[in-house]
Design a protein around this ligand. Sequence first.
Ligand SMILES: [Fe+2]
Length: 150
Amino acid sequence: MMITPARWQHILGVARRAKVLAEKLRPQDEQFAQDMFLLGMLHDFGYEFSEEPGRHPEIGAEILKRQGYRYWQEVANHGSVTVTEVSDELFILSCADMTTGPNGESFTMQERIDNMSERYGENSHAHKKAIIGAKRLQSDPRFRYFKGVL
Ligand SMILES: [Fe+2]
């Protein structure tokens, strides 16, 4: 597959959103905001190298692991709704991803869920996963740091 111009817009949108969320979670930590921006920039590049879209997190993570990239596991686990240990970094990435549309638009989680339903169908795996994912994020105690932003 290829990273389409729309996907590129999504990636940049997620990166900018992740930076804002990092500033909310750790207001005094400028490096953390930079790191989370970069994590956003890197989270979906695996699409360029995966035959099946569903494998893009694992393929991207494998390349990043090879570079010794600190957050390769967050890239591997993004979009998963079964991870039990959600690091601050994965939490930020997931919240940013769930509030950025396919063309980089700022969405509420509900808008993102509705968009999934329109694109893939109401009974699609992607739509169901988005509903579960949003619930998990919203019920996390860290979510309150993002009030007013998300
Ligand atoms: Fe992704």
